[in-house]
Write a protein that binds this ligand. Structure first.
Ligand code: SAM
Length: 267
């Protein structure tokens, strides 16, 4: 599918440019924030897990720091070597250069994670099905998705802009990121004084990122061919259609969804 392969190509370029996973961007503090309120890092200790869409490897390292026993890291992009190089304990990680729907049906994993990935895949259902097959009965699938609710003003600005930016060559996009960086810095400062949209995210997440990582996040918003903003209903349906049970959802910082589901015991 053209837009799927374009998305994978886009991320290859992104990770080859923004390689490092250090600082708050790759921290256990941020991981705790992403998996809250369903999990804490300690829940992952001694577990066998997979991450679908590992990018440059920051979530893999967060899982290692949480004490995971073994991790399957899946990413189809050309930045696969960046992923391999960034991993802190390679002996505990198996890297697979495949798309998420090709995740082998291990049937014994305790957790599968997919953080910021499914909203970039035009047809995510086969990936959700692969996650189900890879888990043990009673295992959990946790995903983080862009949300539609709470993003009204942002989407009114970004969606028309993306019609252009997702077609720009890399060097033009990095120049645009540079132009947008300084208004973003100002906006974060204003959030300290005014109840502006996305204030929670700006102050709890973006402000703690290094300048390079803030630039990466702007790039990441403008670049991918496919970026779907899920309603709460769509986010829950993604997992319920995939036969997950006990689905719970959290409106993270009022702009995105953390969703967790469990593989039924009698599956
Ligand atoms: C926004 S990045 C998220 C990376 C990482 N999870 C993180 O939070 O830093 C999305 C990643 O999904 C990968 N991806 C795109 N299509 C995919 C697919 N069909 N299956 C698995 N991964 C995919 C991209 O190559 C990219 O590295």
């Amino acid at each position: 599918m053209q837009s799927e392969s374009q998305t994978v190509k886009d991320f290859g370029e992104q990770w080859l440019h923004y390689r490092d996973v250090k600082g708050f961007f790759g921290s256990l503090e941020l991981f705790s924030d992403i998996i809250f309120p369903f999990l804490i890092p300690d829940d992952i200790k001694d577990c066998n897990v997979a991450e679908i869409g590992s990018g440059s490897g920051r979530i893999v390292n967060m899982l290692l720091q949480s004490g995971a026993r073994h991790i399957i890291a899946v990413d189809p992009s050309e930045a696969f070597e960046v992923l391999r190089r960034n991993i802190e304990q390679p002996e505990k990680v198996t890297c697979l250069k495949i798309t998420g729907d090709q995740l082998p049906a291990y049937g014994n994993l305790d957790y599968v994670f997919s953080i910021g990935v499914l909203h970039h895949i035009p047809e995510p259902a086969p990936v959700v099905e692969a996650a189900l097959r890879a888990l043990r009965p009673g295992g959990h699938f946790l995903v983080w998705l862009y949300g539609r609710e709470g993003n009204g003003l942002y989407l009114a600005l970004i969606e028309p802009l993306r019609v252009l930016t997702k077609r720009l060559p890399h060097f033009m996009l990095t120049s645009l990121v540079e132009i947008m960086y300084w208004p973003l810095v100002l906006y974060i400062k204003l959030c300290h004084r005014l109840p502006l949209p996305l204030r929670g995210y700006m102050m709890s997440v973006l402000e703690k990122m290094s300048p390079e990582k803030r630039r990466l996040i702007i790039y990441d918003q403008l670049n991918p061919a496919c970026a779907k903003y899920y309603t709460q209903y769509e986010a829950k349906k993604l997992l319920s259609d995939g036969k997950f049970a006990n689905i719970r959802i959290h409106h993270r910082h009022g702009y995105s969804w953390t969703v967790i589901g469990t593989k039924p015991i009698n599956f």
